[in-house]
Design a protein around this ligand. Structure first.
Ligand code: SF4
Ligand code: SF4
Length: 415
């Protein structure tokens, strides 16, 4: 047994009354049926680590690693257990006290932490991908590298937003825009669409160049010190601007941006600034005015996948559906298990490919069964996971698309 010290907020950990009402909403429990892979079981494990009853050895860490951090358990929990915060504290502790094997260490410390949060490094890393695809040399790669490549979009679009883009017509006000790391490197077109929608909706859009990674990848993988550094940088980049809101179009980033106050709660110099920043953060889908979108006239059947970090971490489910309905003329087919994680979960599909693949298949089967030809979502990780799953399933007639592109694709009332 190891003496590990306090890392969990005891009050939060004790809020769990072990009722088990969260179990049926937990994707990993649904797949394995193992109590240790459920929210209740994991909270037991966290508390046992804290009390020194369990060591942070491989067998214990396995159950925490397998957690998607999807926070579906928070939505289901009648006692208001803040599972996401408990998970981040536990993972931070694990990364300080547990030695990982070489492959996982390289993947986490080099690829995920040193490449993904830096757009220019990701740009460099993507060049070999372009060459391999162009020369059709993917078959020469080892299985893991082939699977990583399979997750990337077919069309890699780097964004280049100006520092300020003016509203179309008279401005209602001014908002800031978060470019995101993955978004600006792989989904630059979607960032363009998002800013265009905001401009059409009457907002001047500022995209400060001093911003950086939101810190979500670090927070979710147990690197809270680095996540806090990201938060401070972004707060400073947006401060001093007269902004009505700070808009994000990636649910995974948004869930961390709205929690900067919590992330910096023990930093007296920053906590108030962090709370002020977070209070202004709005997901694009809650900021756009659905009454300004005309029916598209398209007859394509549409469904909607709830990104976990929008539905569970931020409780936003109605607004995106309203926007899709406004655009599709009310034609929205509800997706079975819409809010069950697709297996993307940040970098989870890289660190836990087996479980990620099981959940990907489950999600894709539900999409196929819905009969939809278009699946709309709000997060780049979900898009990559679903697009790759649809390709693998041979469901080439179904398009997965970000809500900003979907809304813009067929015009607005202002066209
Ligand atoms: S996390 Fe909530 S729902 Fe799950 S066992 Fe604990 S109290 Fe019950
Ligand atoms: S965050 Fe998701 S995977 Fe983890 S325990 Fe909660 S419901 Fe299960």
């Amino acid at each position: 047994m190891s003496t590990v010290g306090q890392f969990l907020d005891e009050t939060k950990a004790l809020a769990c009354v072990h009722c088990g009402l969260c179990l049926s909403s937990c994707p990993t429990y649904l797949e394995t049926g193992n109590e240790n892979d459920s929210p209740r079981g994991r909270i037991y494990i966290m508390r046992a680590i804290q009390s020194g009853q369990l060591d942070v050895g491989a067998a214990t860490v396995r159950h925490i690693d397998l957690c998607l951090g999807c926070r579906a358990c928070e939505t289901a929990c009648p006692s208001g257990v803040q599972y996401g915060a408990l998970l981040e504290e536990t993972r931070d502790h694990i990364e300080k006290h547990h030695s990982r094997g070489l492959f996982q260490w390289l993947l986490r410390r080099l690829v995920i932490e040193q490449v993904f949060p830096f757009p220019w490094r990701m740009q460099v890393a993507l060049w070999p991908v372009r060459v391999i695809r162009f020369l059709r040399l993917g078959f020469l790669l080892p299985k893991f590298a082939r699977e990583m490549m399979e997750l990337l979009p077919q069309h890699l679009a780097k964004g280049n937003l100006p520092a300020k883009r003016l509203a179309k017509g008279e401005a209602r006000g001014q908002v800031g825009f978060i470019e995101g790391c993955v978004m600006q490197v792989m989904f630059g077109d979607t960032n363009e669409s998002s800013v265009e929608l905001l401009n059409r909706d009457g907002w001047d859009v500022l995209t400060p160049k001093g911003q950086g990674c939101c810190g979500a990848l670090y927070a979710h993988s147990g690197q809270l010190t680095k996540a806090r550094d990201c938060a401070r940088r972004n707060i400073a980049a947006f401060e001093g601007q007269p902004l009505d809101a700070i808009i994000i179009n990636a649910a995974g980033c948004g869930s961390t941006l709205v929690e900067y106050g919590e992330l910096l709660k023990d930093d007296p110099a920053w906590v108030k600034r962090a709370e002020a920043f977070s209070a202004k953060v709005k997901d694009l889908v809650t900021w756009l005015d659905s009454s300004r979108f005309a029916v598209s006239g398209s007859r394509a059947k549409v469904t909607y996948h709830d990104a976990c970090h929008l539905a569970h971490a931020q409780g936003i489910t109605a607004e995106p559906r309203e926007l899709v309905k406004a655009k599709s003329g009310g034609e929205l087919v509800e997706l079975a298990e819409s809010d069950l994680c697709c297996g993307s979960a940040g970098s989870y599909n890289l660190t836990e490919p087996e479980m990620a693949s099981r959940l990907q298949k489950r999600k894709v089967q539900n999409i196929i069964d819905s009969g939809a030809e278009v699946v709309v979502t709000t997060n780049p990780g979900c898009l990559l996971q679903i697009q790759s799953g649809l390709r693998k399933a041979g469901a080439h007639h179904i398009r997965a698309i970000h809500i900003a592109d979907y809304l813009l694709e067929v015009g607005t009332t202002d066209d």
